[in-house]
Write a new protein. Sequence first.
Lengths: 490, 55
Amino acid sequence: MRRACSPLFRHVHNSVRHAAQRSYSIESTEPTVKITTLPNNIRVATEATLGHFSSVGLYVDGGSRYEWSAISGVSHFLDRMAFKVCFLYDELHVILICMYQSTRTRTNEEMSTAVHSLGGQIMCSSSRESIVYQSSHFHQATPLALSLISDTVLDPSFHPEEIEAQRDAAFYEVREIQSKPDMILPEILHYVAYGEKGLGNSLLCPEDRINQIDKFALRKGMKEWYRPERMVIAGAGMQHEELVELADRYFSSLKSTGTTPFASSRTITNPSIPTHLLNTPAPSVAKSLARAASYLFPKAISSPAIPKSPTSTYTGGHRFVHDPQAEFNHLYVAYEGVGIHDDDIYAIAVMQVLLGGGGSFSAGTSRQHTISYGSHTLIGGPGKGMYSRLYTHILNYYSQIDHCASFHHIYTDSSLFGLFASFVPAASGLKNGNTPGQILPHLVHQLSLLLYTTISPAELDRAKNQLKSSLMMALESRTVAVEDLGRQVD
Amino acid sequence: MTEKIDQVDSSAIHRVAARIFGPESGSKPTLVCMGHEDVGDFHEVFSKYGLAAGK
């Protein structure tokens, strides 16, 4: 019973009593964010939160957007090779082979042992605008986690056999994804919308580039992106000073290449909005929202395709991919939205929730895919928007439409907002037809309603509440909260 | 963040919709079609519904 009188318990106990006396006045529980800039310009941010676990991550302004011809496909390889198991396959099976990336200080086996002894989860993922190395673990493993991240980022060995194994895996992965319209179409959409560079670059290594990726290409990409000015280290569940010290220990060898180094420390109460989460509810969306800023390119660099500051190359356009064997026809319609820092992003996010949508047969789950994770995330249960417009106006009316949903991919300086439908091509005699030309008006009509009709307060409130609630729920994950913090610091 | 979401009202939706795909916005749509047949003259459909057709 003595243990029950820990300060925390007393605090809770008192709060309850006080709350009863003061008719539910709630004390501020706003977490405090502290940010320190190391001498080499890496920013270290922590959020003070209680709990049994710690999360720490390194956020780099890199990714497919910043690739040019010589390093095209590099972020895909860096993502898949970090820490983890490469998989190989034969014709029937995917055979998992435990192969950990070796570094100059750790062999494959040592890396494997270290990752296992971490007792948590460590991963890397790349998106169009960022590369993230992140770990969740018990408190005491934070130094090991940072040491593993530092090793992987600063000292990978890139043995030929590791690269060869990853090439096999990449061929397999690229073919798999190309056979799945719901995964490849967003890539094609970006390509048509933004052209052959910047945001138009695929998250996947182009097939003809896979055999070109070698350690020189990988190091070239890393040299460009893995600079302290482009890095943020963020954590939750540890003292700010502890993380600053660890970051300094493991990353001070990295020298600043940019503007004059400075050291500073600041504290933010009321941390700003987790804007990257606006793209609810898929985690894939969250990933696509890294922030990059114009300071990223302080000096002219030897990579002609990279702009000094990211500027959208949106052109729009039209592409038809003929596939006479396809089970469904797919139609995507998109417009360029606004960048993450534009306040109109909130209205677009509300529009996206208002349109909502999903699958016609989905009673409880809607499949969200994330190419960067290479996996599917199931988002199930109530609360996914059965009363959103694309359900009530489209899916409930036209049985030929199998899937219809809105999307919003948000970037630093641009976003892609739109909707898509997948529908059965062969069936006949269905209401209003089932050719792409007959389905398009249904989609266009939904956008038109947003322009020309008044939205009822009840419907608007439902969309806004749904947006807020999915943001709140996402932030309950410590991993998401840390990722959010890491991406927001600039 | 929640305050900014709360501030979105019907007129904000109209204004932002007009900004990104209204007929005066000068925006260009992106269309991707995959399957058995293409979509046909989409510019006409966009114009008919009062959206930026990019033409």
